[in-house]
Ligand binder design. Sequence first.
Ligand code: B12
Ligand code: SF4
Length: 519
Amino acid sequence: MKVVLLRPSHRTGSLFLKKLGFLPVPIGLLQLAGELLRSGTNTVSVIDMEADSKTIDEVVAELVKSSPDIVGITLHATAAHNTAVQIVKRTKNIAPGIKFVAGGHHATFMAEELIRCGFDIVVLGEGDQTIAEIAETLGKGDGLGSVRGIVYGSPGEITRTAKRGLIENLDSISIPALDLVEPSKYRLETFGSGEFVICLETSRGCPYACEFCSVTPVWGNRWRCKSNKRILEELELAERLGYSWVFFTDDVFFAEPVIKERRALFEEIIRRRMKLRWIVQTRPDAVVRHPDVVELASRAGMRMAAIGVESGSRETLRKMRKGLRPSTSQKAVEILDRNGVLTLCSMMLGAPYETVRDILKTIRFGSKLVNSGADLIQFTVYTPFPGTAAFYESSKNGSLVTKDWERFDILTPVMKTKVNPSVIQLLQSFGVYYFQVKSYIRFKMKKRNMKGEKANLLEEATGYVLGKMYVYLADMLKLPARMRETSRLFADSRRNKPESEPFGSSSSTENSLIYWIAK
Ligand code: B12
Ligand code: SF4
């Protein structure tokens, strides 16, 4: 079968590239490609709308011309829904024979809606084995009923097949088909013009279940990990292909059950003198529990860590079910800074149970984090993504104000809260820019005391951001219009009384993947 795999663009994704000069390889698609190629009966190519700056028109024309059997589109982000659906509808008008398959976080929980929007098949959760089975089944001309873990059909007749369990042994999935993309397209310009960044995945799942997060519902609340042998194989391949940075996609890179394995991995990376530098994501408490692992990881190549701080209010963190205290995050920042690791703290504003005081507490806490050594504070707007407990609650109680998925971009309020939505939007924007300036001042004052490469990397990053000032200013100038649009949206939703269950049967709100493995 001839398969095209596609990453659609959208506003937030494109802003990553424009503001931070950061576009990592679409590893999910390359992982699927690896499985598809394994059988020897498929050909695969990738269209990355972000990397290739392609418009919808161009993509439609390309698909019509190349006429593949299957087009697989990733809905990694909810906000990419509208772009994806336009591509499907417009291509199908001209080439109705192409089968469109969706997958990713958003697709997993909005499968029926996507079929109603024109997709033929939606893959739920892990897609590795499923996409290969779909290609094989369609190739033979068989019906899809025997392929587990999918939703398929047409708007009038939608079928959900039997559930599929999680892949127990991650070493059993194929090595991602990294040679399908050109490394020079995946840039990390923040740290220099010749820096290229790959994404690699060493584990799946998270042992926590924060109410705003879809990671556990998609990947399960058990931590499954590739072996060190396999991880090293992928790292060496990335190095050979010319990448200088790795973005590890793991949500909690240091996790309790594999601390011993992680130590062994980092020691081996040091022993092999690997040059790759890495960015990881982890929880602040994991950092605090294992400062020795941070030290080792830093020597092995960890240059940046993104930690989920979420809020400066203990009460808010409790309601988020984060299982974390603000003081722990502050300690984590100190440990990372001490080890020369650039630290990005992610925080959210505008949860439904937050008051203005809570939001201001979070912003003030940002100052403490910067004083402790944080290099970037990222504020986003709390967004109830499909699949999360937050989405389930807000669908049930009618507090979601829109079904326009493009607005689920973590920059736009989409649900009723105790605080005026425009105020949330304003504080989010203010927070981001205020702390950029504050971190910059701290950097200028402290750079002589910074350990390892940190000062050099921050110097590069500062130069990059200053050069992109026009993008930041343009974005800031758009803020009043965005706030007016939000006010209008909320006013409309008050006038047209929202449905109590606005997503009705189109949304799968049972976090079923968790329960499949629990059974
Ligand atoms: C790494 C990562 C990123 C990286 C880039 C990822 C990449 N390589 O493209 C960066 C930092 C750039 C990023 C950006 C964003 N991300 Co992100 N990201 C992740 C993270 C941590 C891992 C994703 C990953 O690559 N996993 C490994 C690969 C192998 O898995 P995968 O891509 O999910 O693919 C598998 C399945 O999902 C499925 N599948 C996926 N697509 C398809 C398509 C088909 C056809 C099929 C059959 C199957 C299938 O099969 C694959 C193999 O099993 C996830 C959280 C998580 N653990 O999933 C969040 C996550 C997916 N991101 C999220 C969001 C919101 C974003 C952003 C919109 C905003 C942001 N975070 O600032 C942007 C948008 C990016 C874009 N252009 O679309 C949310 C999504 C929530 C939602 N419903 O929208 C998540 C869940 C984070 C969270 N906790 O909220 N992200
Ligand atoms: S926010 Fe982080 S810790 Fe919480 S469930 Fe998601 S991935 Fe796990």
